[in-house]
Ligand binder design. Structure first.
Ligand code: ITT
Length: 195
């Protein structure tokens, strides 16, 4: 089965390929430079995931999958949430986003640094049928980066499941518990039924 991953994020491409496993011929936005990414102006992870997948599917006519995800921090009333990728500004990189998060939480004690990663995975069929699967994983925000594995906020996220930061976790360890893997296991089960 051919599947198109509507994402510009290399970290997500790596994880999504691993999570799909064998049996898929995978394409992504890098393979189709003429497809411009969708505008993410929805008000939820789910809405933005559907926007990204539907936009790409209308052009590729393949099974298309998009992930919209982010970090939800309780002490920041849910921020950065759907704005996780651009928390420190439009062109912000991971380092700038992480620095902003650490500075906003500088005075917050450990017990109040609870957070979760959330992922909404939208799947659009070649005929436009749309389904969304969601997953989350709990943790706390560290006082400093720990480890260099993964991407995005991983070095600052201490996983309650793994008892270590995602920055210290191997790809397999993160994939066993992550928000994305929890959403993707439901998406993969759905896809298998349609193969
Ligand atoms: P696409 O929209 O092209 O998929 P993006 O990076 O802009 O790429 P999002 O809008 O979904 O994707 O933003 C997700 C951001 O949330 C991402 O850039 C990271 O900063 C953060 N994030 C999501 N999942 C993460 C993970 O598994 N580990 C670390 N950070 C993550």
């Amino acid at each position: 089965m051919q599947i198109f991953l509507a994402t510009t994020n290399e970290g997500k491409v790596r994880e999504l390929k691993d999570l799909l496993g064998t049996g898929f011929e995978v394409f992504c936005l890098k393979d189709f430079p003429e497809i411009t990414p969708a505008v993410e102006d929805g008000s939820s992870f789910k809405e933005n995931a559907v926007k990204k997948a539907a936009h790409a599917a209308s052009l590729t006519k393949m099974w298309t999958l998009a992930d919209d995800s982010g970090l939800v921090v309780d002490a920041l009333n849910g921020a950065p949430g759907i704005y996780s990728a651009r928390f420190a500004g439009g062109n912000a990189d991971d380092a700038a986003n992480n620095a902003k998060l650490l500075s906003l939480l500088a005075d917050i004690p450990e017990a109040e640094r609870t957070a979760r990663f959330v992922s909404a995975v939208a799947l659009v069929s070649p005929t436009g049928e749309t389904t969304v699967f969601e997953g989350s994983c709990e943790g706390t925000i560290l006082f400093a980066a720990d480890g260099t594995e993964g991407f995005g906020y991983d070095p600052l996220f201490y996983s309650a499941d793994l008892h270590k930061s995602f920055g210290q976790a191997s790809a397999d360890e993160k994939n066993a518990v992550s928000h994305r893997s929890r959403a993707m296991s439901k998406a993969c089960a759905y896809l298998k039924e349609r193969k």
